[in-house]
Ligand binder design. Structure first.
Ligand code: EPU
Length: 339
């Protein structure tokens, strides 16, 4: 029998280190346990928030009036394989980086660029995590869920998940309608290095051969040098999405700001690093009370200790308005704001 606890502190379950309380909290270790929880009369009509490490959440009120769900399904199984590739299924509660470490150890290509991304496999599926030129969706075959209303298991092929830049059907409107229980990945047994992002290729070659281990170690090194260790400093990685603008608008910007970095995005649009816009507006390393902007990565907001969710949110709003004033560009949060 699974127990649903009441009034549980979420301090341990969000990397921002915000001290909010969940009305109900339950951990499941099987699909049957998950169904029991969702079926329980106490929580049936309440909002559901699946949480892994809470590495992409900002709680802005003291209480979450719903049920926080934690997946304890953490196994990895090979579903099928041939000489070229294999399908691996990983449980939603497995730490994302433990999954990547496993694939690198076994010599399977595809996940290595996503080394050290925080969170669990289930959260990666909701968020379509991405880093160093690879997104979660590039290596996914299907996502298995329990549909909240019917309590039926569903297998959603990758196309049905409608993955976009940090978005999916599991986020936004349908949030909470599907609880991810596991993910099937398609990985290659042959080398498929993806080194096109920034100076990644040069950095890997500096370390030695282009192999899985060196790619993973290089990415771990870059991330450690830029991003805070959330065990020491509360943060949720990038706070905002990188804005996407039209090519035409970008050309106008380039005349005024010739140093503006940029990447090609979908359908001929241009992605501008929000970190650059924020730094240009003078926010990098700034501190307002216990909330602040990381000194090595302007896209990362941090909790210097004891900050309230509202303080972080206010800082985010001030950054949004100064970027809007300077560039007339709207920054949208990447972090899910729960309040
Ligand atoms: N830059 C600045 N100032 C800074 C930091 C960066 O001007 O303080 C500029 C530089 O020109 C740099 C460019 O921004 O070349 C891009 O920086 P970076 O490579 O650090 O990536 P990002 O666009 O800021 C995105 C993801 C990260 C991911 C990195 C690496 C988003 C919202 N963020 O950040 O993901 O790790 O690329 O691929 O797309 C996350 O989602 O939480 C996250 C950390």
């Amino acid at each position: 029998m699974t127990t649903i606890k009441r009034k549980v502190s979420l301090l341990e379950y969000n990397t921002f280190g915000i001290d909010a309380t969940a009305e109900y909290f339950a951990e499941y270790h099987s699909i049957a346990e998950l169904r029991d929880i969702l079926h329980d009369a106490k929580v049936q009509s309440l909002p559901v928030l699946p949480v892994g490490c809470g590495s992409n959440l900002l709680f802005t009120s003291d209480n979450f009036e719903g049920v926080v769900l934690r997946s304890g399904i953490r196994d990895i199984n090979c579903v099928r394989e041939n000489d070229e590739e294999l399908i691996l299924e990983a449980g939603s509660g497995l730490m994302w980086d433990d999954f990547v470490a496993y694939t690198v150890e076994k010599g399977f290509w595809g996940a290595e660029n996503l080394s050290l991304v925080p969170g669990v496999v289930g959260a990666a599926a909701v968020q379509n995590i991405g880093a160093y030129g690879v997104e979660f969706k590039d290596i996914v075959q299907s996502v298995k869920t329990i549909e909240r209303k019917s309590l039926e298991p569903r297998t959603l092929p990758v196309e049905a998940c409608r993955y976009g830049y940090r978005s999916s059907i599991f986020k936004q409107k349908t949030h909470g309608q599907h609880i991810v229980t596991s993910v099937q990945f398609r990985l290659s047994k042959h080398p498929r290095p993806q080194l096109g992002y920034g100076h990644l290729e040069a950095a890997v070659r500096e370390r030695g051969k282009v192999n899985l281990r060196n790619i993973r170690e290089t990415i771990i090194g870059i991330r450690r040098s830029k991003l805070p260790d959330t065990r020491q400093t509360g943060s949720a990685g990038s706070f905002f999405l990188n804005p996407v603008i039209s090519e035409e608008r970008f050309r106008e910007f380039l005349q005024k700001y010739p140093a503006m970095p940029h990447y090609t995005a979908e359908s001929g649009k241009v992605k501008i690093p929000a970190a650059w816009l924020i730094e240009y507006c003078g926010w990098k390393g700034k501190r307002v009370g216990a909330a602040g902007v990381h000194e090595h990565q302007a896209l990362v907001l941090v909790n210097h200790g004891g900050a309230k969710g509202q303080e972080i949110l206010q800082l985010a709003r001030d950054i949004q308005s100064s970027v809007s004033k300077q560039f007339d560009i709207r920054l949208d949060p990447e972090v899910e704001i729960i309040g």
